[in-house]
Ligand binder design. Structure first.
Ligand code: ZN
Length: 625
């Protein structure tokens, strides 16, 4: 490991023009290469199959290559047929120079069991390996399945985590989000191509196999043809590839990869942005809201004025505290269409004042030239819901006096069904009604809905000169049915609740708005909500970043994936920063099967010390490579 570090330092010296290199042990080989080549290749074997010992290890030894074998020790403890036994595992480390990594205890999916069970899996395999005098530093999640909590716990036990996200690693690599390419279905030529790509970009290729076979009738897949495997080894030898274990690869000191975006060293952020892309209309202020009636991109809201973020019910809420008449609001582009026949509007509100205080609050309004659609809390502390129609023909649903309590989250809801009723609920209790109740009893005269304009909601918050609120709003939803189903588990994604103190600053720049996250003790994030995506497509996410003052931790770009019912399915890590960076970065995103909605997160992890600005975010569908 030491030698490799030194080798790379030599290369850096050469690159910056120092003269005669001092020749270290294996520098002859390195000097024959392109002088900036710091690419690496890791060969990994998952699951601990017998053929790692019988076929792979001797061939690797003959080529002088190390490798990393990820085992799950239930197979050893229970002496599974076709798997390594304990003597062989120990021998792989002691006699063949392989690194032994953890692959969970039972190879169970760690996201499908309780967190306690997942912790047990992660600890048990580590203890098993340690008790056999095996040095275990590296972990690969079974099926590549992990979530935030599993990963956080694994990080306390292991120095790295290898995912199953396919691709080359940039260097410096992200220790807990290592990408890897499954060799299973790849041809020899495809693998050679990946080796070449790593070399050209200073990337790190982690290529993982499962079993090897000498039986030519076995189809490509879980067992790779041993003959082809040997040819891969020969190719790596011929190319002078640097072949390392995962733990050695992580400790390599390399110049930054050129794979992906180039670093931009000009310190002027905005000057380096690509103005041809969509300007940042920062689309996620109510960032943990969701709505069932979705249109592509239609749920993006635009922040206008002095709107900030405070702790919400889960994750963020938007806060309106400026009670001047200046227009501070969240605008819904293309307006949210409200079905005049029937529908519902639901949101949560946290007043920043008590019912004894004389404060007016209007929560939303429609087109100011036309009609009003508002929830109003008047100076006398009286709450009512009003839809104002054309020609000032308003429907006002009076609500029994509700006593606000400063800091308390209150669920507000309006449902309407043409010719039947219009009802207002506070905390799920009906507090106002026009029309008939479900026993047929009439409460007030319900005007003809067709006289009323229920077309859209323009803005939430202190809109224009008309509305103003003092408090926070969260989880705003519009439904096109009065009989809607609330997506009750929409907030179960672990990370929503990880940081109740998210603080993201939105500032104006010459190209629009920039979101700024200053890393701290807690995870901080800004996220979109459900973006419709389709499995089988590949998307490119691009954004301009300015990461400064980096000294610890990491920032990530993450996609959370949901099915059409907004059930959380898992996540994909797209990339991140553990260093200062200025420039635009591009990330490929391919939805997993059954994914219909994606949420994109820009986040700093706990204890990250850096400031990350994000601008000009764009997601677009691209052709499959
Ligand atoms: Zn596996």
């Amino acid at each position: 490991m030491k030698i490799k570090k030194i080798s790379c330092l030599i290369l850096i010296s050469l690159a910056i023009g120092l003269s005669q290199p001092i020749l270290f042990k294996n520098s002859q080989r390195l000097l024959a290469q392109n002088q900036t080549d710091c690419s690496q290749v890791t060969l990994a074997f998952d699951d601990g199959l017998e053929s790692v010992y019988s076929l792979a290890a001797p061939a690797l030894k003959a080529h002088g290559f190390p490798a990393t074998a990820y085992v799950y020790t239930q197979a050893q403890n229970e002496e599974y047929d076709g798997y390594l036994d304990w003597t062989e595992v120990v021998s792989l480390q002691n006699n063949f120079g392989l690194e032994i990594g953890s692959h969970g205890y039972s190879h169970g999916n760690l996201t499908e069991i309780s967190l306690a069970a997942a912790k047990n899996e992660l600890e048990r395999v580590k203890n098993d390996l340690i008790s056999h005098n095996i040095k275990v530093e590296s972990f690969a999640s079974p099926f590549g399945a992990y979530n935030y909590q599993v990963l956080k716990y694994a990080a306390g036990l292991y120095a790295s985590h290898r995912t199953a996200w396919s691709g080359l690693n940039n260097q410096p690599a992200e220790a807990y989000y290592l990408k890897a390419v499954a060799a299973d279905d790849l041809s020899l030529d495809q693998i050679k191509g990946l080796v070449n790509q790593a070399k050209q970009t200073n990337g790190w290729l982690i290529l993982y196999f499962h079993g090897l076979t000498e039986d030519p009738t076995v189809p490509k897949g879980y067992f790779y043809q041993f003959n082809d495997f040997q040819q891969i080894l020969d190719y790596l030898k011929n190319q002078n590839s640097k072949v390392v274990t995962v733990s050695a690869g992580l400790s390599a000191v390399c110049p930054a990869s050129t794979y992906g975006p180039n670093r931009v060293v000009n310190g002027d952020f905005e000057d380096n942005l690509n103005f041809n892309s969509a300007e940042l209309t920062w689309y996620s202020p109510l960032d943990d809201q969701e709505s069932i009636e979705k249109a592509p991109w239609g749920h993006s809201a635009e922040v206008v004025g002095d709107v900030s973020f405070v702790a919400g019910r889960n994750g963020n809420a938007v806060s309106f505290t400026d009670l001047s008449w200046s227009p501070d609001y969240i605008a819904l582009p293309a307006y949210q269409v409200i079905n005049p026949k029937q529908g519902a509007v639901v949101f949560w509100y946290q007043p920043n004042y008590d019912h004894t205080e004389n404060v007016e609050a209007r929560f939303f309004e429609a087109d100011a030239d036309c009609c009003e659609f508002e929830f109003n809390h008047d100076p006398a502390g009286f709450l009512y819901f009003k839809i104002e129609a054309l020609k000032n023909n308003a429907i006002i649903v009076p609500v029994s006096n509700y006593s606000w309590h400063k800091g308390e989250w209150v669920k507000l809801e309006v449902r309407w069904h043409e010719s039947d009723y219009m009802a207002v609920y506070v905390n799920d209790q009906q507090v106002g009604l026009l029309g008939r109740d479900n026993t047929g009893k009439i409460y007030g005269r319900l005007p003809d809905f067709t006289d009323h304009y229920l077309g859209s909601v323009l803005a939430i918050g202190s809109a224009g000169s008309r509305g103003k609120i003092n408090g926070a709003m969260d989880d705003f939803m519009i439904f096109k049915s009065a009989d809607y189903q609330l997506p009750s588990d929409a907030h179960q994604a672990d990370f929503w609740t990880k940081n109740p103190k998210t603080e993201v600053k939105i500032t104006n720049t010459s190209s629009g708005r920039t979101a700024q996250i200053i890393g701290g003790a807690d995870q901080k994030m800004i996220a979109t909500f459900g973006i419709p995506v389709q499995p089988g497509n590949t998307y490119e996410l691009s954004a301009a970043f300015k990461v400064t003052g980096y000294s610890a931790g990491d920032a990530s770009v993450w996609v959370a994936e949901f099915d059409q019912n907004y059930h959380y399915l898992g996540g994909q890590w797209l990339g991140g920063f553990t260093y200062d960076f200025i420039g635009r970065r591009y990330f490929r995103y391919t939805p997993n099967p059954n994914v219909n909605l994606a949420e994109i997160y820009f986040l700093t992890h706990e204890n990250a010390k850096m400031t990350m600005n994000i601008d000009d975010v764009e997601l677009k569908k691209i052709q499959q490579p």
